[in-house]
Design a protein around this ligand. Structure first.
Ligand SMILES: Cc1ncc(COP(=O)(O)O)c(C=O)c1O
Length: 362
């Protein structure tokens, strides 16, 4: 059996210790590869903790309260990961034999091992995704099943923002959410990178969150924590999700250590997401000016990500040349997702620009 992951696709010449300690490495595989900085580590070390399964951890309670306030929802629960938070939300909204309608390529469908189906007996149905990454109201409505025992009961629409880096407008989100609600369905928003979306769109987090009943927000991506995702929603939905979290093995104990990182991130790391977006634009512009890659798929920035497609002929050589310079790129496909994050400053960005110039201009 061949198992592939972002980590296992690493250049075999680099061992893990090199990766962790080598400041010369510029890791662009994902925003999940960043490391907690000094301030965050101090906050973690100083966290007041208790047993969160007993509801005793004051730092977790503070983080959950802060997230609920920020997102304009009644309650929040702190999860180990985005996958578990999305799964618990789907299980909280849907029963066995019910259906989640979501987009082709959305993370809950494409990258979470269909946990809702495997563990919850929930059908996942995919509909087309529009060019801006949104779900069209007409497509949502068309996918809702009639009340007929030949079909699962349509119960939930799962939206995503950002989708593949693209920030979907508040209006498109409202239209999708309204279509679902008007038809009597609930809405979950996979907002793993919600703050990237609000930063790019210039909208309040609560405004985007208001388009859905529950929202999942990862702290461990651009916000820079080692782990953790917040699920926000009504008191009832969060209570249900907490039951599922325990059953899924996500009841954590003195997790205030992680929650402290989350509180630190909400205070210090939201605004700086704009720097990642600016650097992504700079890199995409640089590649465009170089005339680099497949002219049919020009380089494109989307919040913290750049999508770059070298030609068939140069693809492998491009990847090898970057690896040679200590620049790590994820995946294996010809369209390369390059992700800017907290540990890529202007100096590192310049190195990436210089390495691409050297490859294309010699
Ligand atoms: C859109 C989206 N949703 C959910 C997740 C899952 O998050 P986690 O890796 O914490 O399980 C990811 C992870 O990259 C994601 O990109």
């Amino acid at each position: 059996m061949v198992i592939q992951s972002e980590t296992r696709s690493l250049d075999a010449r680099m061992n893990k210790a090199d990766l962790a300690n080598n400041a010369a490495i510029c890791d662009l595989r994902s925003d999940t590869v960043k490391r907690p900085d000094e301030g965050m580590r101090r906050a973690m070390a100083e966290a007041v903790v208790g047993d969160d399964v007993y509801g005793d951890d004051p730092t977790v309670l503070a983080l959950e309260g802060q997230a609920a306030r920020l997102l304009g929802k009644e309650h929040a629960a702190f999860f180990p990961s985005g996958t578990q938070s999305n799964l618990a939300a789907m299980l909280a909204h849907c029963g066995r034999g019910e259906e989640v309608i979501t987009g082709h390529g959305y993370h809950v469908l494409a990258s979470e091992a269909r946990g809702a189906s495997v563990l919850g007996g929930i059908a996942l149905t995919a509909i087309d995704v529009e060019a801006d990454g949104s779900l069209a109201p007409a497509n949502i409505i068309a996918a809702i099943k009639p009340n007929d025992p030949h079909h699962p009961v349509s119960r939930l629409v799962c939206l995503e923002n950002t989708h593949k880096g693209a920030a979907i407008s508040l209006q498109a989100m409202q239209m999708a959410g309204d279509a679902a609600h008007d038809a009597g369905l609930s809405v979950h928003l996979d907002g793993a990178r919600l703050f990237n979306a609000t930063t790019a769109l210039g909208v309040q987090p609560a405004a985007l969150a208001a388009t859905a009943d529950t929202v999942s927000i990862c702290l461990s991506k651009g916000l820079g924590t080692p782990a953790g995702t917040l699920l926000v929603g009504s008191a009832q939905a969060i209570e249900q999700a907490r039951r599922w979290r325990k059953m899924l093995g996500g009841g954590m104990r003195q997790t205030g250590v992680l929650a402290a990182a989350g509180l630190y991130a909400l205070e210090h790391n939201i605004e700086r997401l704009g720097d990642d977006h600016r650097r992504a634009e700079t890199l995409a512009d640089h590649l465009i000016k170089l005339g680099a890659g497949d002219p049919k798929q020009p380089p494109r920035a989307a919040t913290c990500m750049v999508f770059f497609t070298p030609t068939e002929d140069e693809h492998l050589a491009f990847r090898a040349a970057m690896a040679e310079q200590g620049i790590l790129l994820g995946g294996q496909s010809r369209t390369i997702r390059i992700v800017l994050h907290k540990d890529v400053d202007d100096a590192k960005l310049k190195r990436v620009c210089d390495a691409t110039s050297a490859f294309y201009e010699g």
